[in-house]
Write a protein that binds this ligand. Structure first.
Ligand code: GDP
Ligand code: ZN
Length: 300
């Protein structure tokens, strides 16, 4: 399933895009069909197409909405990976924001790749990527005007289902357009008029990728400050801390300001990059304040 608008689902069937509705039985059972779901279709004599069944999912990207509208929203199914894109400059490199996008993907147990774009604007972009290379993530260095890293990005996306995310203006649409002219992400768009004329938040949308696989765009993810992560999820997102956590003086060390903290010691030795520890601390403090809604670090 590629996209949903109201009760209509855009589905891809043998290379052809069709519009389908949900079979009554599924609707009554309140089944949720997600972008990326594999579905069983049925054609009717009046040319209508219905979704009869949803196949078991191998992954689900979840979004938790804390505060007043507390709950879990399922964003996309069957993703193979999340590509988190940032710009070396223009807008300024924003590690806090990158770490939030990464943590959200990590909380859904999805593999992550970090893409540092606009490398033509900075002499040493590899210094920015070091934090993520130390954490064991694949890091791509790209530039659209210089044609840098585009082959690697194509290989990363080819044949897989990928969510392409990151702050506005970092070059996500430009990168994808360079690989597949005409594939236009609606980044920067927060809402549009639905068929009924009401304003609705635009949900995830999936596009077939010319080199095989799919790319998912989720404008709704841009509001990353509204993601509620729990302490365990925050800790899990900073995977380069793992070899050190067992060596802290206190078993329940939060790696904030406790004495004998092995994570801090590793940071002082350069085995963990300081901006990552900083991101972790801020996100942990937010997790502790989770009883109330938080509105920090809005997308820029
Ligand atoms: P998005 O919001 O992430 O989809 O970003 P866009 O693709 O709309 O790009 C935002 C701006 O950055 C546009 O003016 C692009 O031309 C520019 N841009 C994109 N990629 C690069 C790059 O690699 N280098 C430079 N210098 N500019 C870029
Ligand atoms: Zn510690």
């Amino acid at each position: 399933m590629l996209a949903k608008t109201g009760g209509r689902y855009r589905v891809l069937s043998s290379g052809v895009t069709l519009e389908a509705t949900l079979r009554g039985r599924l609707k009554r059972g309140q089944a949720q069909v997600l972008v990326g779901d594999r579905v069983t279709l049925r054609s009717h004599t009046d040319a209508a197409v219905t979704i009869e069944a949803v196949a078991e999912r191998k992954s689900v990207l979840r979004r938790r909405t804390p505060g007043r509208r507390h709950g879990v929203r399922l964003v996309a199914a069957n993703l193979d990976q999340v590509a988190v894109v940032g710009a070396a400059r223009q807008p300024d490199w924003a590690p806090q924001l990158m770490d939030r996008f990464i943590a959200v993907a990590a909380a859904s147990d999805l593999p992550i790749a970090v893409v540092i774009n606009k490398c033509d604007l900075l002499d040493d972009p590899v210094a920015l990527g070091r934090a993520y290379e130390l954490a064991g993530y694949e890091v791509l260095y790209t530039s659209v005007p210089a044609g840098m890293g585009l082959g690697e990005l194509r290989d990363l996306l080819a044949g897989r289902s990928s969510l392409f995310t990151g702050p506005t203006g970092v070059g996500k649409s430009s990168l994808l357009n360079a690989l597949q002219p005409g594939l236009r992400l609606r980044t920067g768009v927060v809402s549009r008029r639905s068929h009924s004329g009401r304003h609705t938040t635009v949900a995830a949308e999936m596009y077939p990728f010319a080199h095989g696989g799919f790319v998912v765009d989720t404008p709704g993810l841009r509001d990353i400050g509204l993601w509620g992560l729990e302490r365990a999820e925050v800790e899990a997102a900073f995977r380069e801390f793992r070899p050190h956590v067992g060596h802290c003086k206190f078993d329940d060390c939060h790696h904030l300001h406790e004495p004998g903290c092995a994570v801090r010691a590793a940071t002082e030795r350069g085995e963990i990059v300081a901006s990552r520890l900083d991101s972790y601390r801020r996100m942990l403090q937010e997790a502790h304040a989770a009883a109330r809604p938080w509105h920090t670090e809005r997308d820029r």
